[in-house]
Design a protein around this ligand. Sequence first.
Ligand SMILES: [Mg+2]
Length: 283
Amino acid sequence: MQNFFLDQTTIEIHREIKTGNICHVVFDFDGTISLIRDGWQNVMVPMMVEFLQIETDTPEPREELEAIVVEFVDRLTGKQTIYQMIQLSEEIEKRGGKSKAPLAYKDEYNRRLLPVVERRIAKLAAGKLPAETLRVPMALEFLQTLRDLGVSCYLASGTDVEFVRNEAELLGVSEYFDGGIFGALREYKKFSKALVIQKILTDFHLSGSQLLIVGDGYVEIENAKAVDAIAVGVASVEDNIYNMNADKRERLIRAGADIILPDFRDGAQLLKYLLPTTRGLHL
Ligand SMILES: [Mg+2]
């Protein structure tokens, strides 16, 4: 099928899908709903390069280490943060260094990212920054419409669950996730987006076309396609100095996204397309 844009919208349809059945939606958080952690790569990458330099005797120049780090950080985005730290540990060991536990690196990363996040949260709390500037455009309105339609919504994030809960609250979106808010756990094997998706399918005896997955990372798009769910890729703009995700749209398409949009500005039209039999709602 040739991809096409829904009439006068920013919504790109890439595959013919079975519409009209959706009753559960799983959202990714960072980059999909929230921009609070936008630019996190600017903290993670230099930290990892620093540890590679301090904890090994590698002769590789900084730029080379940076390129290696950028590649794996980017590749593992969407999974829990710990997987990026596990890779860092392996890179340190590979270069003859003695690595700390991956969790220790993750704690250090959270410690360094916290001031960035807290500055934004403080501005939000002081009323200097409207919540909508830290949300992906029209995300709140999209969630409200889903609730009006009686569709259950879930949040599943690779960020630690306590941060996700707090940030969702601050952004005014937590009340819309009636299905639950899920995120990374210290016992990281007990959580993955795939597990959340599988549990919803099992609990409600759903077929793929009854479940919609919305995310800006190829991990959740792949998870969606693995169970035949409908996948919407959000090609949101990111602020990182490494030009990571410059080809976000193409990557989401490659991962199997059925639909691509830049944000939720045309969310009402998307729902009209996905749920054409919806009556009595002024979308
Ligand atoms: Mg994301």
